[in-house]
Design a protein around this ligand. Structure first.
Ligand code: SGN
Ligand code: CA
Length: 530
């Protein structure tokens, strides 16, 4: 009986939605969209998720979005690294289809492709992107753009260099990068846009990306003693060959820039860079001779995690300013607000920083969405979602048709009601190697409970995890007799997903993608910034 009632309710909600998306087309009350994305913000550092850092480092402003709307607990990216995740979000396609599959030597984003901002712009939306972009080529599909271009397109925390509308280079010296992005976004909302049109704004922060340099006003946070370490801080990677190979350990691969060790006076710029990069390749250093061993590892962790969370506090403040602006200007009701990050990050889990792996901490993305007209406050969604679903979702919310070629699926139906299970499994593929952190290229499948990964580049290693019993992914079950049948089934499903997403090439072809060297067009040396 319950089921019947549920089905009937779902049916009417679906009808309502169909009616709504039909009336949305060509009407003036189409929703505005504010897409807020930070860089490398781990789920555990967003307090709405009530994870292990929630009480220590609350994010009250970001949490407002979840309080007003829906918190997604199983949103994943398709390739856990900056440019590729962003390209997938824009195009609704996996990396091998949109062509941007690695950050290093993979060339620049082909901006002539169909993206959701272009489709919204074509449908009468006023569009803008402000902040981090990191795709090389100048943004396309935007009425206004102001994106960071220095430090290889990453931008810097201080004196960031922006490219405005693909033409003008501006060095911003007055504000910390997060405050600058907030300033520019609010300015565009207030004075820059055509107020007759609905708008779509991509509001994107560099923070809390490496080297974790917070604004002065947040330096006083976390000064009172040590923060806790995650349970698997001292992992020895047993049973996981790829994990033994990486270069992303807090203990062994953090450099002097990360940990804010000032250089001696009188170094040339080149010497200074070499000084700061020391540690990247496992070179040993200590800030003083007394700090060694576990104490040194903890000191590095404390310095790192505190700066990271201070950067998060800066993003949280900037999110609050945006929400306040929308409320104060009568825009809250008719605006869809999203908070997410290009991928997750390790905050000491497995002893690591950085991302790239299909393990949960980097595979998962924070994702929350509010839209008072459609989404009930404080709702939750535990379905398996992907970053390639974002574009179809935003298009449907705007009443714009999603092109066949997009590989994601709109989750708009799930915003009004929570379906039991919409997608059985998600597919992942990571390519970049050996830079930066020696993470073996791998692909894999994740269901609600299990995860199967294949590391294939210069090893042939499989890993299987039972996420219900081993959420920290410490115990590789692959090869155990008990799991033979399950493994076979997962391999079959994995193959089916590769076919579905047109990623069923040979391992040799996949390895060639990793080996491709296409220099980026953009050249920082030519930037006249000083
Ligand atoms: C930089 C970082 C790496 C990081 C990549 C990718 N090194 O190269 O640690 O993995 O960015 O990050 S740094 O010394 O320059 O900070 S991403 O967010 O762009 O994917
Ligand atoms: Ca990133």
């Amino acid at each position: 009986m319950k089921n019947v009632i549920f089905t009937v309710i779902s049916f009417f909600l679906a009808l309502q939605l169909v009616a709504q998306s039909e009336t949305n087309v060509n009407t003036t009350d189409r929703p505005n969209i504010v897409f807020i994305m930070s860089d490398d913000h781990a789920v555990s550092a967003v307090s709405a998720y009530d994870d292990w850092l929630a009480e220590i480092a609350p994010t009250p402003n970001i949490d407002r979005i979840a309080d007003n709307g829906m918190l997604m607990t199983r949103t994943f990216n398709t390739n856990s690294i900056c440019g590729p995740s962003r390209a997938s979000i824009l195009t609704g396609k996996y990396s091998h289809i949109n062509g941007f599959f690695k950050n290093e030597k993979g060339g620049d984003f082909d901006g002539s492709q169909v993206t959701f901002p272009k489709l919204l712009q074509g449908a009468g939306y006023e569009t803008a992107v402000i902040g981090k972009w990191h795709l090389g080529t100048a943004p396309t599909g935007f009425d206004y753009s102001k994106v960071m271009i220095n430090w290889g397109g990453q931008g810097t925390y201080f004196n960031p260099v922006f490219l405005e509308n693909g033409r003008d280079t501006i060095v911003e010296r007055k504000r910390h990068s997060s405050a600058q992005v907030a300033h520019d976004a609010l300015k565009w909302l207030d004075k820059g846009r055509d107020k007759e049109k609905p708008f779509m704004l991509m509001y994107q922060f560099k923070a809390p990306h490496r080297p974790w340099e917070p604004a002065e006003e947040f330096q006083s946070l976390f000064t009172d003693g040590d923060l806790p370490q995650p349970a698997n801080f001292n992992d020895n990677y047993s049973g996981r060959e790829a994990a033994k190979e990486q270069w992303m350990e807090i203990e062994n691969h953090m450099n002097r820039r990360d940990l804010k060790i000032p250089p001696p006076e009188g170094l040339s710029r080149r010497e200074e860079n070499t000084y700061y990069a020391y540690g990247n390749k496992g070179e040993f250093w200590t800030p003083n001779d007394i700090l060694q061993g576990a104490a040194l590892k903890n000191w590095k962790y404390q310095t790192y995690i505190k700066d990271y969370l201070r950067c998060v506090a800066g993003v949280d403040k900037a999110v609050g300013q945006m929400l306040d602006y929308l409320e104060a200007n009568g825009l809250a009701e008719n605006t869809v607000v999203i908070y997410t990050s290009d991928q997750g990050f390790y905050l000491g889990e497995h002893g690591w920083f950085d991302k790239r792996w299909m393990y949960e901490e980097s595979f998962r993305m924070p994702f929350m969405i509010s839209y008072p007209k459609l989404i009930k406050p404080k709702s939750k969604n535990a379905n398996l979602l992907l970053n390639v679903d974002f574009a179809p979702t935003f298009l449907e919310l705007a009443g714009v048709e999603t092109p066949e070629a997009m590989q994601g699926t709109s989750f708009v139906p799930q915003l009004a009601s929570n379906f039991d299970e919409v997608r059985e499994a998600v597919y992942y593929h990571y390519y970049e190697y050996p830079k930066w952190h020696m993470v073996q290229p791998h692909y894999g499948i994740r269901t609600k409970r299990f995860k199967l990964i294949h590391f294939y580049y210069s090893m042939d290693e499989w890993e299987l995890y039972d996420l219900d019993n081993d959420p920290d992914e410490m115990n590789n079950l692959y090869g155990q007799l008990k799991y033979k049948k399950l493994t076979k089934l997962l391999k079959k499903k994995l193959k089916a997903l590769q076919v579905k997403y047109k990623d069923d090439m040979s391992l040799d072809q996949m390895r060639k993608m990793t080996d491709i060297v296409v220099e980026r067009v953009y050249n920082e040396e030519n930037l006249n910034t000083r």
